[in-house]
Design a protein around this ligand. Sequence first.
Ligand SMILES: [Zn+2]
Ligand SMILES: [Zn+2]
Length: 542
Amino acid sequence: MTVRIGFLGGLGEIGRNCAVIEIDGELALLDCGLMFPEADMLGVDLVLPDFSSVVERKDDVRCVILTHGHEDHIGALAYFLREVNVPVYGSALTVALASSRVEELGIEAEFRAVVPLEWVNEGPFKFALVHVAHSVPQATGVALDTPEGIIVHSGDFKLDPTPIDGEPTDLGTFAGFGRRGVRLLLGDSTNAEVPGFVPSEATVGPPLAEYVGHAEGRVILACFASHIHRVQQAVDAVVASGRKLAFIGRSMLRVTAIATDLGVLEIPPDIVVPLDELANLPPEETAVICTGSQGEPFAALSLMASGSHRSITLAPTDTVILSATPIPGNETAVSRVINNLSRLGVTVHHGRNAPVHVSGHAAQDEVRTFMNVVRPEAFVPVHGEYRHMRANADLARQVGIPEVEICQDGDVVVLDKGKLTVERGVLPAGYVYLDGSGIGDVEEVLRDRRHLADDGVLIVTLGFEISTGEIVFGPEVDSHGLSDEPDEIHAAVAARVIQSLESLEVPSDLDTVRRKVRTAAGRAVKSAVSRRPVVFPVLIEV
Ligand SMILES: [Zn+2]
Ligand SMILES: [Zn+2]
């Protein structure tokens, strides 16, 4: 029986991880994540996978399986469930985080929490979650028992030997699958270019405690809300320093509440106070844990850095700890926040100047060790940009995995009677943009926005007598983003427009006039300043 694994996202970019598995004509989705827009995606809020090929076959879909609760794995779920409402499986924390995000968008769905190593049968799909260490608790890989053999997906993982919750990656179970025989391993590529081992999450605790303990004034600590082990270590550092604590940021409040309920986060009573109460205490007795480690413009940290937060005004005696490094695309925004904080004279410790962050993804020695434990017949790198997947494929060849295939979004791996083949580019897998509240293909809108951003806009207003070809008023020329001294250009444009309309055959029509105005104005600007603005002819027929 054929097993097909199609990639809808995550292979070729960091983000929007999503795969579709087909067995016996039925489908299961593996992760459903979003991607944060890149710098040239102007005005785009989020980028989603293209689920159209799955939505087309919505009656064949059995379930969604989630590996863990990060946005790049659960963030698009609401948009999928809106079209295809099927049960969603994951660890207790994963489904708690996912369901709260889905409910925020007003969508109801059935979430089923499963414990690792509990086999789930859902139609032709038989699968179990396997615990892995990562930068969110209760992260998992997935083992699928298929008619073509066992398929293992690593999830996002590292081999942290001393994780905060005492639950290292379950190598024993992965080794058990390896002994039974694994047909195919899909493996996290994020850090496949990084030599060695990623340090343990436990190494972050002591420096955090030291910086918080020695801080003169207030302490602001920013990290990902979902990195509950990091939040725990930050809480522990605050508790040790005897300070009072407030959480700021919508996702920080939401996630810490969920994690406390599930017993994944432990906060001693009486230490957390409301923000307005905290603001009235002496700064040296207070600490804040907040969002904004990625430079998000409206997050608490960015507002504090720019002096526009309504409750907290930072002083030079204060200390800010950015317990994170920027994910690709956010470098500039994070740098802006650090610059603003530096201008305020605040002491800033961040992932690049202090040991206050470690990655949640396996580096080369961990990846090779994991491959040797799973010992698959075939390997396909997932979760990474092309360079990361290529590096991961090299590691797989080094440890002697017989078949290694690099795939990209839109490709399908086919297992059939023991043979593995790849169908290239057969699934639609382009970026689907979420823009304001709209969703869909805004490629053309984006092209216009880039054009406007690069070369500005020119508006030519003209009153026109269509039967005689006579210009009754204008041309009036205005521009934005074209030049800081536009008068000369405007005059040149007006002259060229008048000249071009002199050769107009009458009677004419507005479309022809509009075309002539656009061409003439464009040429005038190009010869004056070598730019190609978006030209808007505004024609008033008299
Ligand atoms: Zn991820
Ligand atoms: Zn992750």
